[in-house]
Design a protein around this ligand. Structure first.
Ligand code: GLU
Length: 420
């Protein structure tokens, strides 16, 4: 039996990171088994005006690297088919009309049971399941009818979805049985909680995929991090790229307990992936990210600055704060200049005629200046750093001065000396 799974987002706005984790499990499972992963937009409860949400869902999945097979399909396109099946069920006495709607006749006795890959054997007494509306009085099928019908028509072998849907499963199983089709395997994956033990929400920080992108996380980080929300290959391995994830993923090892979203771990992991990039690739990602965020900074200068920050930042979004002084004027706080006018002036004098104006010679020259004034390196370099970068924390001072160039360096030193 070849595996077919599906990602079934409701097009109600941005793609929540929890949904993406669930889609990731579908994709990993499909790829591992050489199967298909479908993308199906569940828009029975919404209007047809879902173009933008649908577009955004696909963009987010593409960014993170989760692929789907074949065309995107829309639940609403199957309304007529759903109505036909509902009428057939009425004709067979398995459903009935009720104030213009069509309801499914649930069995009153016994249980509906399934062996959930994640949660084990689940049993629900049928007397607790109400007669489900299949078609509303306005003619639209309900989610609980359309979704299992689509699972049947699409030949879905495994329904891998969030645990919120456990209560829907017995209803859907009953419908599938009523039309005489095979019931798929179900795997209900755990919810994601914030570190406070509450369901992940805005309160905890970013929750939409595009927000993580904007904050400067890499897609390879997100893929790796999300895969570990509810699954682990063993007790140890943390860093895994696409191919290793596909190879090692197993539904059987998905835990039924809630997964915890740990932002500190995410930052750590992003730092690791950022540092692993080649200098060229790192610079490329920075340039792209800055462009997406609307910075019109000189790409060549960004590329030259990239090696100065690669070891130091955990998210691309830290770049503007950390290295922005290379691209715009600075306003040093006089208090941070520590009364450093003499060393700033002396530095200006030394750098005015220095040749060649490169990091190595800048360093030698400034060390000479600092020693000449009888200062310790930290004491002497700090006012110069603040004058040049506007901050007490910066990338390497000498490399930064080289990138900034003589003219800007001298004018910043002059301006700082005047207020120190
Ligand atoms: N559309 C549902 C959701 O967004 C998914 C339903 C399903 O996977 O069966 O949660």
């Amino acid at each position: 039996m070849s595996v077919t799974v599906r990602m079934a987002p409701s097009p109600t706005g941005f793609l929540h990171i929890g949904g993406v984790r669930t889609f990731l499990f579908n994709w990993l499972y499909a790829r591992q088994h050489g199967g298909r992963n479908l993308l199906r937009i569940e828009n029975t409860d919404t209007s047809r005006e879902v173009a933008e949400a649908t577009h955004q869902i696909q963009e987010s999945l593409r960014w993170i690297g989760i692929e789907w097979d074949g065309d995107v399909t829309f639940q609403l396109d199957r309304m007529d088919d759903c109505r036909r099946v509902a009428e057939q069920l009425v004709a067979e006495g398995k459903a009935y009309e009720d104030e213009g709607a069509i309801r499914f006749r649930m069995p009153d006795e016994g249980v509906t049971a399934w062996d959930d890959v994640v949660r084990g054997h689940v049993e629900v007494p049928n007397e607790t399941i109400e007669d489900l509306v299949l078609i509303r009085s306005d003619g639209r099928p309900t989610y609980n009818f359309a979704s299992p019908m689509e699972d049947v028509w699409d030949g879905i072998t495994h329904v891998i979805r969030g645990e919120d849907h456990i209560s829907n499963t017995p209803k859907q199983i009953q419908i599938i049985r009523a039309i005489g089709a095979d019931v798929p395997v179900y795997a209900h994956v755990p919810n994601i909680f914030g570190s406070d033990g509450k369901k992940l929400s805005k309160r905890h920080g970013a929750t939409g995929v595009d927000e993580f992108q904007r904050e400067g996380y890499l897609p390879e980080t997100m893929l790796n991090f999300l895969a570990l929300l509810g699954w682990a290959p063993d007790g140890e391995t943390t860093l895994m790229r696409r191919d290793e994830l596909i190879e090692r993923f197993s539904l059987e090892r998905v835990s039924p307990s809630p997964a915890q979203f740990d932002y500190a771990k995410l930052d750590w992991m992003n730092g690791v992936y950022l540092r692993e990039l080649s200098p060229e690739e790192y610079a490329h990602r920075l340039v792209l990210w800055l462009g997406d965020e609307g910075y019109d900074w000189d790409a060549q200068l960004v590329t030259r600055a990239a090696p100065l920050v690669q070891e130091k930042i955990a998210k691309l979004s830290e770049f503007p704060g950390f290295a922005g002084f290379l691209f715009h004027d600075v306003e040093p706080d006089p208090a941070d200049l520590d009364g450093g006018a003499p060393v700033i002036e002396a530095a200006r004098g030394a750098l005015a005629t220095l040749e060649p104006f490169d990091a190595e010679h800048i360093e030698a020259s400034l060390r000479g200046v600092v020693e000449g004034l009888g200062l310790k390196p930290r004491q002497g370099f700090q006012p110069i750093r603040v004058a040049i970068t506007g901050s007490r924390v910066s990338p390497g001072l000498f490399e930064s001065i080289e990138l900034l160039g003589r003219e800007t360096t001298l004018s910043r030193l002059a301006a700082a000396a005047a207020i120190a």
